[in-house]
Design a protein around this ligand. Sequence first.
Ligand code: PGA
Length: 244
Amino acid sequence: MTIRPLIAGNWKMNGTAASLAEVEALHSMLESPQCDILLCPPATLLSRMVSVSGSIMIGGQDCHSASSGAHTGDVSAQMIADAGGEAVIIGHSERRSDYGEQDTLIAAKATAAISAGLLAIICVGETEAERDDGQAETVVLNQLAASVPEHASADTAVIAYEPVWAIGTGRTPTPEDITAMHRTIREALMQRFGTQGAQMRILYGGSMKPSNAAEILAIENVNGGLVGGASLKASDFSAIIAAA
Ligand code: PGA
């Protein structure tokens, strides 16, 4: 069975009203794309982006595990859905490192996202020190086991493998390393979720750009990408979408 790829853009803490023109430009460049497309802007732009995005899905970059309450500065999964969002990134390595988010919290956030009807994009990935230490697969498998909730399915969850040392650095793992890690993730998902695990999308993230997207996206068990820097410009992001 073929898995429809997902190309997701993570704008991180970038973008103001002026950037909406990039989304309109992107929309006009797309000609019957062969993949699902998602953009995750900062929360301030979410609803405005929904109004100009056409067939491009819009999502959040994080959500709280509760649906509402006394949590200053946070946004809930329900609020993202209410604003027109259809997905949310959970457990990005920048959340793990900036805010010390741990797998248990990430699993709770993913559960909240799925309950609100959002597609949960759950991020895993090793640091450079962990890879140098030969621990990359162990770290990723542990994160996967503890941060993906029990009831996740291919329709409600997506895994994003993002080696921390490849994010925003211009460096990427070798195709052999990506092949091996995605196979490991696939096997773990199938063992735990059966057919759902066989169909769950596994995205690669970390310095994906127009020049390397085709090679990475052709790798077995790479079902799309989570793109940071290169998602900010319509021309770059549309080139990656074309490669899928
Ligand atoms: P990058 O970021 O494409 O800029 O490396 C990827 C991400 O953090 O999702």
